[in-house]
Design a protein around this ligand. Structure first.
Ligand code: HPA
Length: 264
């Protein structure tokens, strides 16, 4: 048991959580949905991300959603902040230790595919680790050889499609390409990503998926599309634009995520 999970249990109680949810840029409104909320600043939790990126929170929230007890990580540490692909490992280990069997990840992403326009949601069916970094480098045990087939749990994806239909939310799925950032992609890099078979590009998530599978969690991830990839439209790509546009996706995720949690 890590020190962070002991602190969480001391503050929020012993009852296990059903799922851990990680919020991407501009998606913090999802945290407002929690009932009986306990807020713990990351600064009180050993190994949790320090520093930060604007548009991301720095609190762990524990509460009830969709009739289940869940934890929400309101912000993540990205590889581009310090060059550490394993930055989220202590926080995700703590989530596994307090009972999370499921990891629900969200992010903001640029679309490479006309099917996904700004404001749309794209469920991840798979990813390409184009950044080439891996959070398990240095892990000494054979557990490091994680099988990544179906790393985005097929049953959760199927459930999400059923729920999206019921909730009248347009949902498609595609392949997410992890690009390290923090600069956005060049026009040529976006063209390359399209040729590699990706449908969206972003600067996060893939390392957390690897860690989630390593920790034995079922993983689900959804992108809120904030822009078309560089050169695919005339809009100006910026972090400000990402944060503004993420609000539309957040409104949809605010309906979809509690419904999914209810079915876990
Ligand atoms: N590229 C990478 N990451 C992103 C983008 C993008 O176009 N939009 C939001 N996050």
């Amino acid at each position: 048991m890590t020190k962070a999970s002991k602190t969480i249990k001391k503050i929020a109680g012993d009852e296990p959580i059903a799922a851990a949810i990680v919020l991407g840029s501009g998606l913090s409104a999802i945290g407002d949905l929690l009932a009986d909320k306990v807020t713990i600043p990351y600064s009180e939790l050993k190994g949790f991300p320090g520093g930060g990126v604007s548009g991301h929170g720095r609190d762990l929230l524990i509460g009830t959603m969709g009739g289940k007890r869940v934890a929400i990580l309101t912000g993540r540490q990205h590889y581009y902040e310090h060059g550490n692909a394993a930055a989220m490992r202590p926080a995700l280990e703590a989530m596994a230790e307090i009972g999370a069997k499921t990891l629900l990840l969200t992010n903001s992403a640029g679309s490479l595919d006309e099917r996904f326009r700004p404001g749309d949601l794209m469920l991840l069916s798979d990813h390409i680790n184009y950044a080439g970094m891996n959070p398990l480098i240095g892990e000494p045990t054979d557990r490091r050889f994680v099988n990544m087939v179906d790393c985005y749990a097929p049953d959760l994806r199927a459930k999400a499609f059923g729920l999206a239909e019921r909730l009248d939310i347009k949902l498609g799925e595609g392949i997410y390409l992890w690009y390290s950032g923090p600069s956005f992609e060049t026009v040529a890099e976006i063209q390359m990503a399209i040729r590699l078979g990706a449908n969206a590009v972003g600067m996060s998530t893939a390392p957390e998926v690897i860690l989630g599978r390593f920790l034995g969690m079922k993983v689900w991830a959804c992108s809120s599309i904030t822009n078309m990839g560089a050169g695919l439209s005339t809009e100006n790509i910026s972090h400000e634009h990402t944060k503004t546009m993420a609000v539309q996706g957040a409104e949809k995720l605010k309906k979809l995520i509690p419904a999914l949690v209810e079915e876990l």
